[in-house]
Structure formats: structure tokens, C-alpha cells
Design a binder for this molecule. Structure first.
Ligand code: NAP
Length: 286
């Protein structure tokens, strides 16, 4: 049985998030706000699923005829291996953050990269032809690197402390993929922090992922960390007059893609942003 957290145990759940831990996920607030605004009467819940148990959660999704699941750490790769089909983005990354049901088939998607790019485009940040540096080479970085290339970035350079991880991520950007060093940050128009450096309650809390004096006017910085919403890196950008985006845009837009896939309806972006920022203000994280 998938035991829903935060909703009536007898409720018929249409969609939910699986993760471990999952209690502080922002996905229930964001997706429930979307379902409510769309007037669907759907319930979205969180399900704590132990590491290694993701395929059992998918069996329950089939049995309970749920429309969709969001997938967070540590299940993204296991779910990619357990669904019936993968979208091209999920297949390239071997990672799934959104499962949708198509009749009896479960389809795995990865909406992280599209969410990241759509959030920047919504803020008027150009991507086509732009030189991008992505700091970090983990799951989120890989999704961002692949999608930046798909959106026509001029170059996508991965900067990471493990060269083999940087190279493996750069491959995802095909002919525009490259690796670079932290000293090269000033050469790129878009600079992305895809490390957890700056995240609350970690060893990197209160710190920045690279030397902020390398930044200059004419660049744009995109933060993936959203807890806290205003990270030390964003404060350094403000101090230097460098425009920057918080991590909440990616968080909301990856859910916008998921809600569109599950419901076929156009998601209410403003209501979803309001739900995310309300939860963050209340001191929670995903
Ligand atoms: P991950 O798979 O663990 O990857 C983290 C990456 O950062 C790895 O390349 C790691 O290098 C590097 N790193 C970690 N600590 C570092 C340090 N002190 N200095 C330099 N590099 C460091 O994590 P992830 O899933 O990609 O997530 C990364 C961040 O993005 C997290 O803060 C997460 O909350 C955030 N995120 C945000 C969204 C959103 O919607 N806004 C979505 C997904 C993730 P090693 O491999 O060498 O350790």
C-alpha cells in the first residue's frame, strides 16, 4: 500500500510524489494548487518510499489507476529502469522525475531541464546562441546541460570538481558541450549554479560555489538552490548589479510540465508560484 502523507487516508489520490525523505517536499503544495485552480477535484499526496522500493510504488500506481507520480531523490534512476517507456529527455538522462499513465502503460518523463529553461525564458532570459557555464555535474546539472543544448545554446560548458563527471555531463550537450574551469566563469553569458553550495542546513550553507568577483555586468546567473530562496550567490550578484534568477522558477516549471502531461490542461502558473513561495516562506524545502 502507498500510504499518503498529509491527506485523508481514505482519499482517492490522483497523483503524488515519491521520495525519501519526502515529508518536506513542496510538490504537494504546488501541484494541489494547480489541481484546485483547474477545478479538477483531484488530490495530490506525498508518499514516503524507501530506497529500492520505487518499482513497488509503480505497481501501486497501476493498481490504483493514478494519473501521475512525481519522482524525487533517491528514485529517479530506479524509476527510469522500471517504467514501460521513456521520453527522449528521460532516456538521455536515465532519470525520471515524472511518471504518467497512458492506458496500462507507465511513461517516464524528465521535466527538470525543460522546467529550468522555461523559467528563464519566462523571465526574458535568452538561451539561443548563448554561451552557458553549468557549475556541478549531478542529476540536476545533467538535465540542465541537455536541455540548454536542445534550446539552441551556443556552448554549454560543464565545470565540476570531478573531471570524469564533467565530461559525462558535457556529452549530453552534443556538439555544443565542453568542460571548463572555475576561472573561466567570466567568459559565459549565462552562469548556472547546479551544486548544493549555498543550501540551508548543509556544509555549504552561507557559502558561494565560485569566486563572485569573476562575475560582471552583461551576464545572468541562474541559481538552482531554492532553500533559502535568496542564497549567498544571489546576494553577491545583487551587490555587483548582475541579474539573477532564484531556483524557484525551475521548481515550479518542472511541475507545470508534469501537470500539463497528467491533465492535458494548461497549468495555472501564477497559482503554482504562489503556493511554492508561500511554502518557502513557511520554511520548508522540497
Ligand atoms: P547531486 O546529483 O548530488 O549533484 C551535486 C553536484 O554538485 C555534483 O556535481 C557534486 O560534485 C557538486 N558539489 C556538491 N558539493 C559541492 C561543493 N562543495 N563544491 C563543488 N561542487 C559540489 O545533486 P542534484 O540533484 O544535481 O542537485 C543539485 C542542487 O540543485 C541541489 O541544491 C538541489 O536542491 C538543487 N535542485 C533544484 C531544483 C529546482 O527545481 N530548483 C531541481 C533539482 C535540484 P561531486 O559529484 O564531486 O560530489
Amino acid at each position: 500500500m502507498l500510504i499518503p502523507i498529509g491527506v485523508d487516508p481514505g482519499a482517492e489520490v490522483a497523483a503524488g510524489v515519491i521520495g525519501f525523505p519526502v515529508r518536506h517536499s513542496l510538490s504537494p503544495a504546488i501541484c494541489q494548487a494547480a489541481f484546485d485552480e483547474l477545478g479538477l477535484g483531484w488530490v495530490y499526496a506525498a508518499f514516503e518510499v524507501a530506497p529500492g522500493d520505487a518499482s513497488r510504488a509503480l505497481d501501486r500506481m497501476r493498481e490504483q489507476r493514478m494519473a501521475g507520480l512525481s519522482v524525487t531523490m533517491p528514485h529517479k534512476a530506479d524509476v527510469a529502469a522500471a517504467v514501460d517507456e521513456l521520453s527522449p529527455a528521460a532516456a538521455a538522462l536515465h532519470a525520471v522525475n515524472c511518471v504518467a499513465r497512458d492506458g496500462d502503460l507507465l511513461i517516464g518523463h524528465n521535466t527538470d531541464g525543460a522546467g529550468f529553461c522555461d523559467a528563464l525564458l519566462a523571465e526574458g532570459v535568452e538561451l539561443a546562441g548563448v554561451g552557458c557555464a553549468v557549475v556541478g555535474a549531478g542529476g540536476a546539472a545533467r538535465a540542465v546541460v541537455a536541455e540548454l543544448a536542445r534550446r539552441g545554446a551556443g556552448e554549454v560548458a560543464v565545470i565540476a570538481r570531478r573531471p570524469e563527471a564533467a565530461e559525462a555531463a558535457a556529452v549530453l550537450a552534443g556538439s555544443v558541450g565542453a568542460t571548463a574551469g572555475l576561472d573561466d566563469i567570466g567568459e559565459y553569458r549565462l552562469v548556472v549554479n547546479a551544486t548544493p553550495v549555498g543550501m540551508a542546513e548543509t556544509t555549504g550553507a552561507g557559502t558561494v560555489p565560485f569566486e563572485p568577483d569573476l562575475l560582471h555586468v552583461g551576464q545572468h546567473v541562474a541559481e538552482l538552490v531554492y532553500n533559502p530562496l535568496h542564497t549567498p550567490l544571489l546576494a553577491e550578484c545583487r551587490r555587483r548589479g548582475v541579474p539573477a534568477s532564484t531556483g524557484v522558477g525551475m521548481l515550479v516549471y518542472q511541475a507545470v510540465h508534469a501537470v500539463r502531461i497528467w491533465t492535458g490542461a494548461e497549468p495555472p502558473v501564477d497559482a503554482m508560484f504562489a503556493a511554492a513561495t508561500d511554502q518557502l516562506a513557511a520554511g520548508q524545502d522540497r
